[in-house]
Design a protein around this ligand. Structure first.
Ligand code: NAD
Ligand code: MG
Length: 397
């Protein structure tokens, strides 16, 4: 007989995004298990209101204050409380909950994650950029406040499931798998002309636009190497990346005795999301299932660092220090945005990051405010590079 337990109180930051919507799907598949507290979004008031109603949320928060009236009209008479603005977003992260799902994209999620950690609320982190830019501070705060962090990123969730946290000394290395993205077989010339539409068409995963572009440049895997280093405390020389185009093995831990423990599953984020939402229990999910008999081949190969230089940058940044990781992330966010808005070409994204990394000097970053201000400086420099590229492209055309 199953023991009745009280509902788990969940807050979702970024409920209108790809991660947020997958989480909503998981929650709605087993509504008896969850009680949704606050849901947040950046600008899409209509979708936020619809998600809040569907999930029976207590409160909906929109970061963009100019969308307050629209949100209010959409939720009129629903009983859902509303709020808007950056402060309201931070408050959302500090309201009582059993688990906060961090599904915002980019460094914008850093302060809400820190707020949730300081509150002692378990945080399920999909939002990798704050870990890349502030990993040591995020991990130290979690330790200080006794807060549990659960990785949602499919590779990190895979490692989390097979990592022996009680005896980490038995671990030799961790292997992150990478699908290689939509341009795995493309030449550099072809990639130079890639459009945003081609870049976001991922062969195996359906995701938000920024992470889809990151997957196409392999910057996503670069960010994930840094993310894994901080989350699991494993040194960079013991973190390996292998191209695995089938996306069946989501990542692996190799032990000293030669055992390799891997987690497998369909390419469906609802599995890692269900894993963290139900943790430490297991729940059924509405997601796709892996049928092993339908898999003809599992292949693994070394990534081509000439074709995808982003990976090399991750290891170099970890070697240099935190400021370099902040710069990598900030320059990349600015460049991806410029690519998605047709202001620079596909290869200019990595060109921008490389240019910025070639131009930074060692900088002490001790607080979240230090990081946010350095991130802003780097973005300004990246905008300079982007404007230069854009002018050149316009002059040529
Ligand atoms: P998305 O673009 O689909 O959604 C982003 C969400 O963040 C939206 O709800 C948006 O309203 C909110 N948001 C954006 N900017 C904001 C701001 N300035 N302030 C407040 N809210 C803001 O992105 P996604 O694909 O769901 O990815 C979210 C995060 O999860 C990213 O860090 C990504 O790297 C990570 N992740 C995503 C996937 C995936 O399958 N989508 C897999 C692994 C990791
Ligand atoms: Mg991933």
């Amino acid at each position: 007989m199953s023991v009745p337990h009280s509902k788990k109180k969940i807050t979702i930051l970024g409920v209108t995004g790809s991660i947020g919507q997958s989480a909503a799907d998981v929650i709605l598949s087993d509504p008896e298990r969850f009680d949704v507290q606050v849901v947040t979004a950046n600008t899409n008031a209509e979708l936020l209101a619809a998600q809040a109603i569907k999930l029976g949320a207590k409160k909906a928060v929109i970061a963009d204050e100019s969308k307050y009236d629209l949100l209010k009209s959409k939720l009129d008479g629903s009983g859902v409380e509303i709020a808007a603005g950056e402060e309201a977003l931070l408050e959302a992260a500090s309201e009582p909950a059993d688990l906060i799902l961090a599904g915002i994209v980019g460094i914008a999620g850093l302060k809400p994650i820190m707020k949730a950690i300081e509150q002692g609320t378990c945080v399920a982190i999909a939002n990798k950029e704050p870990l890349v830019a502030a990993g040591p501070l995020v991990m130290a705060a979690a330790k200080q406040h006794g807060t549990t962090l659960l990785p949602v990123d499919s590779e990190h969730n895979a490692i989390f499931q097979v990592f022996d946290f009680d005896r980490p000394e038995g671990i030799e290395k961790i292997t992150l798998t990478a699908s290689g993205g939509p341009f795995l077989k493309w030449s550099t010339d072809q990639m130079a002309n890639a459009t945003p539409e081609q870049a976001v068409a991922h062969p195996n995963w359906s995701m938000g636009r920024k992470i889809s572009v990151d997957s196409a440049t392999m910057m996503n895997k670069a960010l994930e190497v840094i993310e894994a280093h901080y989350l699991f405390g494993v040194e960079p020389d013991r973190i390996e990346v292998l191209i695995h185009p089938q996306s069946v093995v989501h990542s692996m831990v190799e032990y000293k005795d030669g055992s390799i423990l891997a987690q497998m599953g369909a390419s469906d984020m609802r599995t890692p999301i269900a894993n963290v939402l139900a943790w430490p229990e297991r729940m059924e999910t509405p997601g796709q299932r892996l049928n092993l008999t339908e898999i003809n081949q599992l292949s693994f190969e070394q990534p081509d660092l000439e074709q995808f230089p982003a990976l090399k940058m991750a290891y170099e940044c970890l070697e240099q220090g935190l400021y370099a990781c902040v710069a990598l992330n900030a320059a990349n966010e600015a460049a991806v945005d410029a690519f998605l808005t047709h202001n620079i070409g596909f290869l200019d994204t990595i060109g921008c990051v490389s240019h910025i990394l070639g131009d930074i000097t060692k900088t002490e970053l001790n607080t979240i405010d230090d990081i946010i201000s350095y991130d802003e400086d780097i973005r300004q420099k990246a905008y300079g590079f982007i404007t230069g590229r854009h002018k050149k492209a316009v002059a040529v055309s």
